[in-house]
Design a protein around this ligand. Structure first.
Ligand SMILES: C[S@@+](CC[C@H](N)C(=O)[O-])C[C@H]1O[C@@H](n2cnc3c(N)ncnc32)[C@H](O)[C@@H]1O
Length: 297
């Protein structure tokens, strides 16, 4: 390309290519990527009339990669989660908007403890994020409840490196390891356990979106034939970590929200006799999304 190109035409052509590539939000992604190459924000794009040839070439490369279904966040290098930003790329799960609800629940639990305990106590609420990935939930909790004592663990070496980068300087205790054995030093004194574990049944492989299947680490997605293996580990570990009356919240797949049956995430908790108030919560689209429970006193 040699002459500047009108922004509107560039965006329209890019949106068409993304639509043809099967991208779910073609207009939004076309705008985000243009804003990225122009080092501006999506809202400021209206101020741009023409795009210089070298920027249009760089944009063309990104549109081709997005049409081939590379995740938008891998191309921009950033994911937004509640009020925080996270660096993301190959080797780490891209945080999803639906997980913001689970993080919001953990934040509400931790803030209510700050209110109950203050001003007579200096005891900070203790929050543990098992399976932290990029560090999204831990970072959001610390950002919105600075008085909380936040701990996070991640098994994958590559994901752990992203979390290290994202949580640097925040005063969060980040460790690399298996959630099934993590934080034995905290046993019996945790107030809130929060977890977005891998939960997709291996048998559902073909139904997973190309972006996730080809670019999210498989350790972050799949968890046994019924998708509940990691949730079973979580049930055991959360029971050891929490103080009596402490709470756990974890995300699951749409079809795992029922009270009973082969795919029931609530049943993993309700059948052990260790938990009270086992409750499933829906997301903004009305789909079953996360379970919360309280460790019996
Ligand atoms: C669905 S991702 C969630 C990441 C992040 N919490 C989020 O919501 O964006 C699940 C994460 O759990 C990690 N993981 C899987 N099994 C684990 C285990 N046994 N112990 C610790 N982390 C594990 C994966 O590597 C992945 O980063």
């Amino acid at each position: 390309m040699t002459a500047p190109i009108r922004r509107r035409e560039l965006l329209a052509a890019a949106t068409r290519r993304l639509t043809e590539g099967g991208v779910a939000s073609p207009e939004y992604d076309a705008q985000e990527l243009l804003a990225h190459v122009l080092e501006t924000s999506r809202a400021q794009l209206v101020l741009v009339d023409e795009v210089a040839p070298d920027r249009a070439d760089a944009y063309d490369v990104l549109i081709a990669r997005r049409s081939a279904r590379e995740p938008l966040q891998h191309l921009t290098g950033v994911a937004y989660f509640r009020h925080v930003e996270l660096a993301v790329g190959p080797g780490v799960f891209v945080p999803r908007p639906e997980t913001e609800l689970l993080a919001g629940w953990a934040i509400d639990q931790a803030s209510s403890l700050v209110e109950v305990r203050a001003p007579t106590s200096v005891e900070a609420p203790v929050v543990v994020d098992l399976c932290t990935g990029s560090g999204a939930i831990a970072k959001a909790v610390k950002d919105e409840v600075p008085g909380a004592e936040v701990h996070a663990v991640e098994l994958s070496e590559m994901a752990f490196s992203w979390a290290e980068r994202n949580l640097a300087g925040m005063g969060i205790d980040l460790r690399q390891g298996d959630m099934g054995e993590a934080f034995v030093d905290l046993d019996g004194r945790v107030d809130v356990v929060v977890c977005n574990p891998p939960y997709i049944p291996l048998e559902a492989w073909e139904s997973v979106a190309v972006e996730a299947r080809d670019h999210d680490p498989h350790l972050a997605l799949f968890s046994g034939q019924d998708g509940l293996d990691a949730i079973r580990v979580l049930e055991r570990r959360a029971a050891q970590l929490l103080r009596p009356g402490g709470v756990v919240g974890f995300e699951h797949a749409d079809e795992q929200g029922g009270e009973a049956g082969r795919y029931s995430a609530p049943a993993v908790f309700s059948t052990t006799g260790r938990w009270s108030d086992v409750r499933d919560h829906r997301d903004l689209a009305g789909r079953p999304r996360f379970v919360t429970a309280r460790l019996a006193r």
